[in-house]
Design a protein around this ligand. Sequence first.
Ligand SMILES: Nc1ncnc2c1ncn2[C@@H]1O[C@H](COP(=O)(O)OP(=O)(O)OP(=O)(O)O)[C@@H](O)[C@H]1O
Length: 232
Amino acid sequence: MGDSRPTGLPLSVSALEVRSPRGRVLLSLPALEAPAGALIGIRGPSGAGKSTLLYALSGLIGGTTGAVRWGQTDLLSLSAERRAAFRARHIGMIFQDFLLFEELDALGNAGITALFRPRAERPSLRARAAERLARLGLDLGDRGVGSLSGGERQRVAIARAMAAEAPILLADEPTASLDRAAADRLIDDLVALTRDTGTTLIAVSHDLHLIDRMDRVLTIEDGTLTKDGGPA
Ligand SMILES: Nc1ncnc2c1ncn2[C@@H]1O[C@H](COP(=O)(O)OP(=O)(O)OP(=O)(O)O)[C@@H](O)[C@H]1O
């Protein structure tokens, strides 16, 4: 890791509100603080606003007011262009089928972040991407992603996010497409990687094997934070 790869960033959210295009409040979060390197799980019923929260924390959703500060940067105050640049540099996203490039093969997608990195960092990032794909049991590096199943595509997105070793990792149901053994391997890897690198991890999950490994678990119900505590 070069000195350009900072370790985790602290999160400070204030007066966050996300509204639908019709003005319905989908999420309301007056305040949330998390130190750099925290491992945070998010749980709650379907439709509660968990994915909406992750999208808001990545600055990827419209209709958002308030502040989402990662370190010194308030994502919501940035222009769309600067927000995208911040995201490319600092946030790894494990979202369902998020932005795979259909014209590239699985390995090309998993290592795509290399294009945004200084030349010297690229070979090691590509090697990490290949390693991650193999760990996830995806022996399909040269297959175009267009021909992969939904679960296989998600694994490509996981490999990409983990290989990037960004200081922030946001994950939406990262184990959903995996069988139990592969899910447990991924959880071990996620926890080891984030702890070793000081990455801040925020993961939405129904998987108790994952939730139990987090430092802190937030429960979101009906667009609000109803519980903030340990995994139990
Ligand atoms: N663009 C949108 N326009 C209107 N409503 C939306 C929009 N996006 C999400 N919603 C609504 O916001 C609410 C929260 O959705 P969200 O996907 O965040 O829930 P979730 O907790 O992640 O659910 P699940 O566990 O089922 O994925 C839902 O009622 C959903 O229908």
